[in-house]
Design a protein around this ligand. Structure first.
Ligand code: F42
Length: 146
């Protein structure tokens, strides 16, 4: 069942604008992190408190049809609030370029997390710097088909 309801745009203009460009272009524009050329996906989820639809751009970390969602938030001391959304309702829709699919989020631990962390850092090396700069252990979810 698709995630529908009232959309709650990000209060961060650069994030809101990236979502708008990505979606309005059918996933042909706004698909990288600024001018880095590194690919971005859009993860749609339900707000844990508001019930509103939230759309969160994340770096694209993909392996054999599954994706990682890295709750780095630039190494800030606190988790991004979307972390709590996924804990409350793991159903997401992921847009990767023009492709959109329903996936389920599962928080990772242990060896599985370590494996996906290596993949994440390979895709976006600053993740390692973010983890260095905070005592917070950056959570990683895998987004996978049901
Ligand atoms: C600012 C806040 O955002 P956040 O959920 O903390 O997420 C912060 C960032 O992680 C988020 O903006 C990411 O998209 C930033 N970001 C990345 N963030 C990452 O953590 N990892 C990435 O790999 C990443 C890549 C990326 C690429 C492009 C880009 O444009 C942004 C990127 C926000 O949107 N707050 C809303 C509420 C959002 C929300 O989900 N509220 C919940 C309540 C949640 C709760 O409080 O429990 C609800 O609706 O019920 C508000 O204040 O109105």
């Amino acid at each position: 069942m698709p995630l529908d309801g009232e959309y709650g745009p990000s209060p961060a203009q650069w994030v809101r604008e990236q979502v708008e460009l990505y979606e309005s272009s059918g996933g042909t524009q706004g698909t990288t992190l600024w001018d880095t050329g590194l690919p971005v996906v859009i993860v749609t989820m339900r707000g844990a408190k508001s019930g509103r639809i939230r759309k969160v751009p994340l770096m694209r970390v993909e392996h054999e049809g599954r994706y990682a969602a890295v709750a780095s938030k630039g190494g800030y001391p606190h988790h991004p609030v979307w972390y709590y959304n996924l804990k409350a309702d793991p159903r997401v829709e992921l847009q990767d370029g023009p492709e959109r699919q329903a996936l389920t989020a599962r928080e990772l631990t242990g060896d599985e997390k370590a494996q996906w962390w290596r993949r994440a850092v390979a895709a976006y090396p600053p993740y390692a710097e973010y983890q260095e700069k905070t005592d917070r252990v950056i959570p990683v979810f895998v987004l996978e088909p049901e």
